[in-house]
Design a protein around this ligand. Structure first.
Ligand code: ING
Length: 314
């Protein structure tokens, strides 16, 4: 075991943000949790995906209407500057998810990593966009991420900040092993992810407990298979009646859950993580350089959907 490399990691879970809630109200709640995270001696606090507004892709509207109501044209901006100022005052870094409208008019589901000096050190734009772009008029709600967002164009990247090599992804990305492996192949030892996960499946009668089950196994498996700590922050509870799961967690490189939320409200969870724990897994069982065989993995990047069987040697 290498010498310990401790870091205070907080995950700030948000309860519902309703249509009627202003960005100012959202930021005030984020600031309150940032203060609590600091009081727990956190170096970094993870906020959810789309943390400034309700999960608006559940509603059918034009892209223009969505942009006017839910997208940020700059970051920081007037509403979020107080959060950046507080981060600098408290000397704490943070991950923040929000809807990004670029000066060129492009729309992304975005997350940023901000360091203790309130400098944006990394930006990530969501690559795996779930849902649909058509209006499902008979569905109880929509999931229009494919309508409102472009596929992220920044790839999966890592940054060295707060004493760790940190990778980011967003929500549905956490269900795809390619996301986390792309980060761990760059040395990420801590992965951050915000999410908004409806508890109700509009496609088939999925038992509701499975939403939590698949959420947790995706994160626990990914942390273990990539020898990384993962901090995952939910926005959850019933937003204007539309329920989303909680289950914010801090997962260790062993795959064990080090901390988990127990409410569907604003709740800060914390763990004093030892980044050195991942070193052991990277040195032995997941020593990529020693054990991986990419020459046998080509299907993973050659194919998008499943295709015909690859015949073995006759
Ligand atoms: N939400 C959900 C998520 O991946 C989803 C969508 C839920 C897809 C369950 C598949 C299964 O957690 C977002 N925002 O991606």
């Amino acid at each position: 075991m290498t010498h310990s490399r401790k870091m205070g990691l907080a995950v700030a879970q948000m309860g519902p943000l309703h249509l009627a809630d202003s960005r100012g109200a959202a930021v005030a709640r984020l600031m309150e949790m940032m203060r609590e995270a600091k009081s727990r001696n956190a170096d970094l606090v993870v906020f959810p995906e789309l943390a400034l507004t309700t999960f608006f892709p559940r509603y059918w509207m034009s892209e223009e209407a969505a942009c006017d109501a839910y997208f940020e044209r700059a970051m920081p901006n007037a509403e979020t500057q107080p959060l950046f100022d507080l981060a600098r005052e408290l000397q704490i870094g943070f991950y923040l998810g929000y809807a990004e409208l670029t000066p060129e008019g492009r729309r992304f589901n975005t997350a940023i990593l901000v360091d203790k000096g309130a400098r944006i050190v990394q930006k990530y734009r969501k690559i795996h966009l779930p849902g649909h772009s058509d209006h499902k008029v008979d569905a109880p709600f929509q999931h229009l991420e494919k309508k409102f967002f472009e596929v992220g164009d920044l790839g999966f990247t890592v940054a060295d900040a707060m004493g760790a090599t940190i990778g980011m992804c967003i929500c549905n990305d956490r269900r795809w092993p390619e996301s986390w492996r792309s980060l761990s192949l760059q040395g990420a030892e801590l992965g951050l992810v915000g999410y908004n996960t409806p508890s109700w499946n509009i496609h088939w009668k999925e038992p509701v407990h499975l939403r939590m089950h698949t959420h947790l196994i995706a994160l626990q498996a990914s942390a273990y298979q990539n020898a990384m700590w993962i901090g995952a922050a939910a926005k959850c509870g019933a937003e204007d009646g539309f329920h989303m799961i909680g289950g914010s967690v801090i997962v260790a490189p062993s795959g064990e859950i080090a901390a988990q939320s127990s409410t569907e409200e604003d709740e800060v969870i914390f763990a004093n993580i030892d980044l050195a724990l991942g070193d052991t897994f990277r040195e032995h069982v997941f020593n990529f350089a020693k054990h991986r065989r990419p020459e046998h993995y080509t299907l993973i990047t050659e194919r998008t959907g499943a295709g015909p069987a690859v015949k073995g040697p006759e």
